[in-house]
Design a protein around this ligand. Structure first.
Ligand code: C2O
Ligand code: CU
Ligand code: CU
Length: 499
């Protein structure tokens, strides 16, 4: 119902002629006087990939990187300039590519974004003081050196996590990809290098002058009517007629997607949030909640040069959908190619964690009461611990949402889990593997199992609708006793000594 109301309101806006001042380059879709971004034509923007960041220096064990958070003027919509708050001035930020077993030290400098920041590397088992604890803020004019152990091969992402302001800061541009690979994965015959491609999907809202408009609709959700992939609106990617590996990340604030290909072709799913699956699985579509990552192969070798395939969003309930958000990007097959890659029948051993190994079960209820987003009826309290597993304990967590009207992609820091069941039924085929975000849809109950470690200390869990997280659907667990929480490595004032 909410969707219809919103959409009709936009249509009404169009009738009142709210968009007469737009440059000619923009098509008029859902335009309104006070809402509705300039709408660039579909599939005109050139597909691009965030640059890979080079280390400042390297030694036997560690690569040292430096990233400055700053305001920058960039071109996202044709002919318009947009101010972003971005890692090294680009959004998405530069991609860090690492090898498992090497350590990264990344210096994040809070130069000119003008607000306090906290950086979380989502998917990494970092020590608490390097995990982007929401209250561990780096004020403007300060920097912090984060230590990342790179202990699992997976598609991760780094993003802002500042208490009460994560949604705005990420919306303004503070997000980037981080890829860890190991020798085992690199030894597989999967598509590599330029055929291994990140897809960071985000929805954004702009005003007529191209300014980003953060509007969380009274702490409910931030929805945009322009879809960006790797920072470009509805881009067109030219592909060769061969296999590609894609690493898709939903980097949106509140919007989930249900991805499908316009020609009805299969996605060959090879990975979940935390790395490769045990074996490939083919699906026609899949649900992608905020912060979830999936890896899949599309085999374009079946198609003649000239074929165009749209990556579509079939839409999900309670997503505040706009007309243009049902399309994401287009793949244009432009050349023939030889292809020496292949998809092995087995990928990586994913040992199921037996239910019987769990030492306890906990329940977490996600709901909206009295205008607040709460977990088991409670808002964030830095002094409260809601779970205290001991190091090495296996636990089952039942995450549930008793209501219609909202979905919650629930994220657990530090550990990777497996989904035992979803509403008492087996998980979807594509979500069988290691995961750190669990889509808890309307009236859904999801049981996940995981082993607490390898670190002790305090870690957050929260809804990854970051508007919900900010107000205040977030809590924390502590592994072991008396552990670190975030202040053991405080930010330091600039200027910084050499790395
Ligand atoms: Cu992706 Cu606690 O965050
Ligand atoms: Cu995380
Ligand atoms: Cu939520």
């Amino acid at each position: 119902m909410k969707n219809i109301t919103r959409r009709s309101a936009l249509k009404l806006g169009a009738l009142t002629g709210g968009s007469l001042l737009l440059p000619i380059a923009f098509q008029h879709r859902t335009q309104a006087a006070t809402a509705g971004s300039p709408q660039p034509a579909f599939f005109q923007a050139k597909f691009r990939i965030p640059p890979v960041l080079n280390p400042v220096r390297s030694d036997a064990t560690t690569d040292y990187y430096e990233i400055t958070m700053k305001k920058a003027q960039v071109n996202i919509l044709p002919g318009l300039t947009t101010e972003v708050w971005a890692y090294n001035g680009i959004t998405p930020g530069p991609t860090i590519k690492q090898r498992q077993g090497r350590q990264s030290i990344v210096r994040f400098i809070n130069n000119s974004v003008g607000v306090p920041t906290s950086v979380h590397l989502h998917g990494m088992a970092s020590l608490p003081q390097y995990d982007g604890y929401a209250e561990d803020l780096t004020p403007p004019g300060y920097y912090k050196d984060y230590v990342f152990p790179n202990n699992r091969a997976a598609t991760l992402w780094y993003h802002d996590h500042a208490i009460h302001n994560t949604a705005r800061n990420v919306f303004m541009g503070l997000a980037g990809m981080y890829i860890v690979q190991d020798e085992f994965e690199l030894g597989l015959p999967l598509p590599k290098d330029q055929y291994d491609v990140p897809l960071i999907i985000q929805d954004k809202q702009f005003n007529n002058t191209g300014k980003l408009v953060f509007d969380d609709q009274g702490e409910k959700g931030q929805y945009g009517d322009v879809i960006l992939v790797n920072g470009a609106p509805w881009p067109r990617m030219e592909v060769a007629a061969r296999k590609y590996r894609f690493r898709v990340l939903n980097g949106s604030i509140s919007r989930s997607y249900k991805l499908a290909l316009s020609n009805g072709a299969d996605f060959i799913m090879i990975g979940t949030d935390a790395g490769l699956r045990s074996a490939p699985a083919t699906v026609k579509n899949f649900r992608l909640g905020m912060a979830e990552r999936y890896e899949f192969i599309i085999d374009f070798s079946k198609y003649a040069v000239g074929t165009k395939i749209v990556l579509q969003n079939l839409g999900l309930p309670n997503n505040d959908n706009y007309d243009g958000t049902n399309q994401i990007m287009r793949f244009d097959v432009v050349s023939a190619a030889t292809d020496d890659s292949s998809i092995p029948a087995t990928l990586r051993t994913v040992q199921p964690i037996p239910e019987s190994s769990a030492v306890r079960t906990r329940e977490f209820r996600y709901e909206r009461t009295n205008g607040l987003w709460v977990i088991n009826g409670k808002v964030w309290d830095i002094n409260r611990i809601d779970a205290n597993p001991q190091l090495g304990d296996v636990e089952i967590w039942r995450l549930y949402n008793n209501a219609g009207g909202w979905f919650h992609p629930i994220h657990i820091h530090l550990i990777d889990c497996q989904i035992l069941d979803r509403n008492g039924k087996p998980p979807f085929l594509y979500e069988r593997g290691w995961k750190d975000v669990f889509y808890v849809g309307e009236n859904e109950s999801v049981r996940v199992i995981g082993k607490f470690g390898p670190n002790t200390g305090k870690y957050m869990t929260h809804c990854h609708n970051t508007v919900h997280e900010d107000h205040d659907m977030m809590n924390q667990f502590e592994v072991g006793q008396g552990g670190n929480s975030g202040w053991e490595a405080p930010a330091k004032p600039l200027p910084a000594p050499p790395l």
